[in-house]
Design a protein around this ligand. Structure first.
Ligand SMILES: NC(=O)c1ccc[n+]([C@@H]2O[C@H](COP(=O)([O-])OP(=O)(O)OC[C@H]3O[C@@H](n4cnc5c(N)ncnc54)[C@H](O)[C@@H]3O)[C@@H](O)[C@H]2O)c1
Ligand SMILES: [Zn+2]
Ligand SMILES: [Zn+2]
Length: 389
């Protein structure tokens, strides 16, 4: 079958790979009908997460049709239209019982790398390097879905492909940031990053009853989408005084909840950007935590900061003093998709959550290398490139 393969840092190519096969009784095979780029893939593409091997198939946000089911699969039949959580979880371990699905003890078949790096291994993810299980990704004609009864969900007829697709990863991630960040009715919430993840976090905060939600970025087309589709306000970090505006818009206190949806490749207008970038290039730090620092500084005393952006290892100039002295709660997580997808599909069916505008570029899988280039460069207003295999 045809698939998009990682060929080296910033090198992608569409090539032929073997068709996937059932390996365990709870597996199923899905014919991918839509699969989409994610900001997380850029970290792989740029070599910031150095656990890819030549020929690995990328992609973890997808929708498709069930074409083969293992003997233990109960919830799915051939022909079903399904959306699949990007993280793979067994549904039976202690972590899955706590609904912390991306921390599942059985979803990562190659836990040694992350156990060494982080002490314990999170779960596995589709198409997300050998650190996350070395699973083949969704930028392909077919994909094997392990623990299919746990990770795949039938899409209601009322939800379009272009909407359901985003329940797989961006919408679940955004919702998790607002939910586990503790957004309550009446809160002021700030979100760094107006990509698909930041927009979904902002929309979740609005739907959870936040009084004001403010999204920060420097890309005007994305900020325009925020104002049009999420119900949030915006700040432009090169033109506005972000810290001053956030205080002003939160009664002088600072936002109650700050959600970081930028990750390890953040930008900044000031000279500290060069400092962070050089240290990252020299591998003196693995990540540029620019937006995390800003969130910690802006957050009100006793508030909560949730890190949705992906980070790999170690950072410099982490404001531990502000965190401790301001009494902040800082959390982060990979997405617990299984916890949110049914609720998200329901809200999508009711029209509360729209995502079609995120699919700015739709193209055949053959054009995926060009789609990634546009997404990486944020060219032509690209928010997500959707591939049709
Ligand atoms: N936790 C999870 O499970 C999970 C899931 C999906 C994606 N992610 C991560 O979330 C992050 C965002 O993903 P995305 O797909 O929206 O990415 P994206 O690349 O489309 O968007 C990132 C946005 O951040 C903006 N940005 C850069 N520096 C900034 C700064 N200092 N302040 C404010 N905005 C800034 C960029 O202009 C861009 O619009 C990535 O790190 C991705 O890896 C995490
Ligand atoms: Zn993702
Ligand atoms: Zn589990």
């Amino acid at each position: 079958m045809k698939a998009l393969q990682w060929q080296g840092v910033n090198k992608l190519a569409v090539g032929q790979v073997p068709d996937p096969e059932l390996r365990n009784p709870g597996d199923m095979i899905v014919r991918v009908t839509r699969t989409v780029t994610c900001g997380s893939d850029l970290h792989l593409l740029g070599g910031y997460i150095p656990f890819m091997q030549k020929g690995d198939v990328l992609g973890h946000e997808f929708l498709g049709e069930v074409v083969e089911v293992g003997p233990d699969v109960r919830n799915h039949r051939i022909g079903d239209r399904v959306v699949v959580s990007s993280f793979i979880s067994c549904g039976n371990c202690w972590y899955c019982d706590q609904k912390l699905y991306s921390l599942c003890d059985n979803g990562n078949t190659n836990p040694a790398i992350t156990e060494t790096l982080w002490g314990q291994a999170p779960s596995g993810c589709f198409g997300y390097s050998h650190a996350m299980g070395g699973n083949a990704g969704s930028h392909a004609e077919y994909i094997r879905v392990p623990f299919a009864d746990v990770g795949a969900f039938t899409v209601p007829d009322a939800v379009s492909d272009e909407r359901a697709l985003f329940a797989s990863d961006s919408a679940s991630t955004g919702w998790m940031g607002a939910d586990l960040g503790g957004v309550k009715p009446g809160d002021v919430v700030a979100v760094w990053g107006a990509g698909a993840v930041g927009q979904m976090a902002a929309r979740a905060a609005v739907l959870l009853g936040a009084d004001r939600v403010i999204v920060i970025d420097r890309l005007d087309d994305r900020l325009g989408q925020v104002r049009q589709h999420t119900g949030a306000e915006t700040l432009h970090y090169e033109r506005d005084d972000v810290a001053g505006e956030l205080r002003e818009r939160s009664g002088g206190r600072g936002p109650d909840v700050c959600i970081e949806a930028v990750g390890m490749e953040a930008h900044a207008p000031g000279p500290h950007f060069g400092y962070d970038q050089i240290k990252q290039q020299l591998r003196l730090q693995t990540d540029r935590p620019i937006a995390v620092r800003e969130a910690i500084h802006a957050c009100r005393k006793g508030g909560s900061v949730f890190v949705l952006g992906v980070f790999a290892g170690f950072v410099d100039k982490f404001p531990l003093g502000a965190l401790m002295n301001k009494g902040l709660t800082v959390r982060g997580a990979q997405m617990h998709g299984q916890r949110y997808i049914p609720m998200l599909l329901d809200r999508m069916a009711k029209g509360e959550l729209v995502t079609e505008h995120l699919a700015t570029h739709v193209m055949p899988l053959d054009e995926a290398p060009e789609g990634y280039r546009m997404f990486k460069e944020k060219e032509d207003g690209c928010v997500r490139a959707v591939f049709i295999p």
